[in-house]
Ligand binder design. Structure first.
Ligand code: E4P
Length: 218
């Protein structure tokens, strides 16, 4: 499973990239607003830190303007994935960009039907939002299971399932069991993956016992 970080925070990206675990980055207009920085500057900086796909989202919602914005955004880096919304206009842009060899991430996917459309439009990634479905008492993980199953039926679909809107480690583990290709999570959730109380207590005991030996490795 590929790991993308869902943030516009450069320091967080640098720290996590140093672990060697970061395969890409996703952003959205809300994350850019949260960074308080210039969109192009942030994206270009991220592209210089991470080799893998960096998703940068169009701001418009109509075909003509989205198409123009996509032309601008895709020149910001060799590893840009233009992010478009899962709408009729968005998928029209997706099809044209994909035919041109540009990576496209289709975002705001909330149903298997939408995911089929994204694959037919040649998307490199489709982003089903697990947490936002859970928030309205619908089963976000069931959507992942449905999409993976459907895509498996059609080997000609090249679209990777990018599990988004992740709120906790269980979302990641369950999606991995289902065979989802990629997950994108906020830095805090990625850090939660490392944690287990038995690791913490076990390590504390080893540190104490090592002190008793009076030895030093270095
Ligand atoms: C994905 O690309 C989105 O940026 C993100 O996962 C949305 O997550 P949220 O529902 O926590 O805003």
């Amino acid at each position: 499973m590929k790991f993308f970080v869902d943030t516009g925070d450069i320091d967080e990206i640098k720290t996590l990239a140093a672990t060697g675990m970061v395969d890409g980055v996703t952003t959205n207009p809300s994350l850019i607003a949260k960074s308080g920085r210039d969109f192009k500057e942030v994206i270009q900086q991220i592209c210089s830190i991470v080799d893998g796909p960096v998703s940068a989202e169009v701001a418009a919602t109509d075909y003509e303007t989205m198409r123009k914005e996509a032309e601008v955004i895709r020149k910001w880096g060799d590893n840009i994935a233009v992010k478009v919304p899962l709408t009729e206009d968005g998928l029209r842009v997706c099809k044209e960009l994909s035919d041109d060899g540009t990576l496209v991430n289709v975002t705001l996917c909330f149903s298997p039907a939408q995911a089929i459309l994204a694959a037919k439009a040649g998307a490199s990634f489709v982003s089903p939002f697990v947490g936002r479905l859970d928030d309205i008492s619908q089963d976000g993980l069931q959507l992942i299971s449905d999409i993976v199953r459907i895509y498996d039926n059609y080997p000609q679909f090249d679209t990777e399932v990018l599990v988004a809107s992740i709120r906790n480690p269980l979302h990641i583990v369950e999606s991995a069991k289902m065979g989802a290709h990629v997950m994108t999570a906020p830095p805090a959730v990625i850090r939660q993956l490392y944690k287990h109380p038995l690791t913490t207590s076990g390590l504390a005991a080893f540190v104490e016992d090592w002190k008793k030996t009076g030895q030093s490795i270095l």
